[in-house]
Design a protein around this ligand. Structure first.
Ligand SMILES: C[S@@+](CC[C@H](N)C(=O)[O-])C[C@H]1O[C@@H](n2cnc3c(N)ncnc32)[C@H](O)[C@@H]1O
Length: 259
């Protein structure tokens, strides 16, 4: 990419992050409200010195099902400056002929791929009610089905903004179906995941976009935004051999996982 194009692209993805932050910015005030309802400021104030996550956890009367999520709320509160952190860590493909975009909606990504790589046959797998609403008059194939049951065979399977909606157990089920669908590593077989990797960006705007998305997952779905360690565990548990992460200048990363 030339410098001028890179500059324009960088501006575009940062604008995307800012737009996203404005859209779901209400989650910041919800996080503050939640912190007050849980008594987090009082707990820290009464303790009188910095607390670890497990100390905060044991001080608050949280139901056991909610305890594993506390650190995600604390990340958000730290990001917006409500808490302070003290050392808490919080291409052109050769040999690819077929591709399935799982949960690919109306096929926007598949169309963009065909535009750039016309030799690649692209299929979108979607739920039946989504397929029924699509007028299929373009180059994309649409398959009706459920990713938990079966994913049509292809060299490459793409999951863009899918796994963060789901808990680890469901992600492992989806990833296993993907592994069954892709061709061998020698022939280019891989799964490409486009998602956030928490900790991947130094940009405050992009960090905020990632943390706000995590709040959205926490409040509306069973999923989560994941850091590299959490992603790696999913890949191992689903039986994949290796992975490679390419961080972009936006708030999403491209993760390729190999059988
Ligand atoms: C967050 S959207 C992501 C859409 C698209 N990949 C994108 O990047 O804009 C999740 C998509 O997954 C689809 N989906 C949900 N459950 C599914 C399932 N069991 N099988 C196939 N698709 C599913 C939904 O219909 C929805 O279009």
């Amino acid at each position: 990419m030339e410098n001028r194009q890179l500059g324009e692209y960088s501006e575009m993805v940062h604008a995307q992050a800012e737009l996203w932050n404005l859209t779901v910015g209400y989650l910041k005030s919800m996080s503050l409200r939640c912190a007050l309802d849980l008594g987090i400021p009082d707990a820290i104030n009464n303790y009188g010195q910095p607390m670890t996550l497990s100390q905060i956890q044991s001080t608050l009367s949280l139901p056991s099902t909610k305890k594993p999520h506390l650190h995600r709320l604390l990340c958000m509160l730290t990001h917006i400056g409500f808490l302070h952190e003290q050392g808490v860590s919080i291409g052109t493909e050769v040999g690819i002929h077929t591709l399935v975009d799982v949960g690919g909606g109306t096929g926007a990504l598949a169309k963009a791929i065909i535009h750039n790589f016309p030799h690649v046959e692209c299929t979108v797998l979607e739920l039946p009610h989504v397929i029924q609403s699509i007028s299929n008059d373009g180059p994309v194939n649409f398959a009706s089905g459920d990713m938990f049951n079966f994913i049509p065979p292809a060299d490459v399977v793409i999951l863009k903004w899918i796994l963060h909606d789901w808990c680890d157990e469901d992600c492992i089920k989806i990833l296993r179906r993907c592994k069954e669908a892709i061709s061998s590593r020698e022939t280019g077989g891989r799964v490409i995941i486009i998602e956030n990797v928490i900790g991947s960006t130094l940009s405050k705007t992009c960090q905020e976009a990632q943390l706000l998305t995590d709040m959205l997952m926490l409040t509306m779905f069973t999923g989560a935004e994941r850091d590299e360690h959490e992603w790696q565990k999913l890949f191992t548990d689903a039986g994949f051999g290796s992975y490679q992460i390419t961080h972009t200048i936006g708030f999403n990363s491209v993760i390729e996982i190999y059988p």
